[in-house]
Design a protein around this ligand. Structure first.
Ligand code: GLU
Length: 463
């Protein structure tokens, strides 16, 4: 039996969700739901100064608005004891070693290496410190930070051996989006996992969490590919089998620029305030950069059914916020009444379904229904271009009850009575009855308007 799929979405509660992290959340969610697995929410809140409870709440609200439910939630700030005991294991096995260089010293080392044309990699000087050296440094008041000793001396070499030089070692994995991947551990400095103040870095905490929560797939942006090379080694150093990885390409702006600068204006909160539909955001976020057409989908279930990592492109995808508007409009045009009944109930009353079917093709945002409600069921000032013609039309106005057939019946009668056809026949009627140049089909609106209102408008009365 294969094990249950478990994925996690791991935002830092240091800001609002934006289109980039919506995509991360959504790709994880769709994959988990399609597999019948679990989707966990992990708050990466180890940065105490920038993480806030307000942002954590906002993230939950935004996910809920999008319809992305989670099976469990946990936060890194509650797990420090677990990180400490796991770090102790790495210290005991020699994979985590204490270093005492200050930022300045490290900076000078890097500059010297670069001046000699060498890559600015940490030289592992701390591995050569004797116990006496360390005692002396600590007596001077220096507190160690801890680096993870990358295995990069080739197979069979003792990774903890101080003699093992920095040599290229490939960390390899089969990425679900990018195919066969490797990171050359010889091109990386041993990463710091524990700071001098005892706090842990994400590179480490993420692996500990992924092991403890039995995460089966890590789905994230390709900006994490190098991290993956390091993290796979940490999984292995802890005796765990690494999860599968899927790194999707990042979104760029419509001119190819990095999206990060404009993310503020691309927040979920912003989309919600602009009156966009969650499924418009979900459809675009899920389908952009895939081999499927970017088009509105009515439900997350529908998106999940067609989800496949193999459809994700490896090159960056252009995100244009105006596309979101277009998708929103197309989504509304095809939305069945059942999906908006709640929202229309108070606004429209008894004829809500006919009302929706009449107007949905003419709105771009749901809030546009207010304008059409006013036209169809409220008061407007008619636009009268040709009063005698409208009087003639009024004279042949059918009696109620009205149906979808009434408009044709009426306009046929007007045609016989006046000899008009085409735009000359129709347009003055639309202007008088709606005060607008364009709009929903008259045949759908007319039965909702009622005869009394129509007759008054034809006389030019505010009705
Ligand atoms: N907090 C990390 C981020 O937002 C999580 C990355 C990961 O999925 O491992 O980039």
């Amino acid at each position: 039996m294969s094990k249950t799929t478990i994925v996690r979405f791991a935002p830092s509660p240091t800001g609002r969700l934006h289109i980039g992290n919506v995509r991360t959340a959504l790709l994880n969610w769709l994959f988990a739901r399609k597999a019948g697995g679990q989707f966990l929410l992990r708050l990466d809140d180890t940065d105490r100064t920038r993480s806030t409870e307000e942002f954590a709440k906002a993230i939950r609200d935004d996910l809920a608005w999008l319809g992305l439910d989670w099976d469990d939630e946990f936060r890194q700030s509650n797990r420090e004891a677990r990180y400490a005991e796991t770090a102790d294991r790495l210290k005991a096995s020699g994979r985590l070693y204490p270093c005492y260089e200050s930022e300045d010293e490290l900076d000078r080392k890097r500059k010297r290496q670069m001046a000699r044309g060498l890559p600015p990699l940490y030289d592992r000087a701390a591995l050569r410190l004797s116990l006496a050296d360390r005692t002396k440094l600590e007596a001077e008041g220096r507190k160690p930070h801890w680096r993870f000793r990358l295995a990069n001396a080739g197979p069979g070499a003792d990774p903890a051996s101080p003699e093992a030089d920095i040599m290229p070692t490939r960390v390899e994995w089969e990425d679900l989006v990018r195919g066969s991947q490797h990171v050359d551990a010889g091109s990386l400095s041993d990463p710091v996992l524990v700071r001098a103040d005892g706090t842990y870095l994400y590179t480490f905490t993420s692996v500990v969490d992924d092991i403890d929560r039995a995460i089966t797939h890590v789905v994230r942006g390709e900006d994490h590919v190098t991290n993956t090379g390091v993290q796979i080694q940490i999984f292995e150093a802890l005796g765990a089998t690494p999860p599968a990885f899927a790194h999707f390409s990042l979104l760029v702006g419509k001119d190819g620029e990095a999206l990060s600068k404009r993310l503020g204006s691309l927040s979920v909160a912003g989309f919600r305030e602009a009156g966009l539909e969650p499924m418009a955001v979900n459809s675009l976020a899920a389908l952009i950069g895939t081999s499927d057409a970017v088009e509105p989908r009515l439900s997350l279930a529908e998106l999940a059914a067609s989800f496949d990592f193999a459809k994700l492109s490896r090159s960056p995808s252009r995100f244009d916020v105006t596309e979101l508007d277009a998708i929103n409009a197309r989504l509304l045009h095809m939305t069945p009444y059942g999906q908006v009944a709640d929202r229309l109930a108070e606004l429209v009353g008894a004829d809500a379904e006919q009302f929706w079917l009449a107007v949905r093709g003419n709105i771009r945002r749901f809030a546009d229904v207010h304008g059409w409600r006013q036209v169809i069921l409220g008061q407007i000032t008619p636009v009268i271009e040709d009063a005698p013609y409208l009087a003639a039309a009024s004279a042949v106005l059918p009696t109620e009850p009205w149906s979808d057939a009434t408009w044709t019946q009426w306009t046929d009668a007007i045609k016989s009575a006046t000899g008009r056809k085409g735009r000359q026949l129709f347009h003055p009627l639309r202007l008088a009855l709606t005060a607008r140049e364009n709009g929903p089909e008259m045949k759908l609106m007319l039965p909702l308007m009622t005869r009394g209102r129509v007759a008054a408008r034809l006389r030019g009365e505010i009705a």
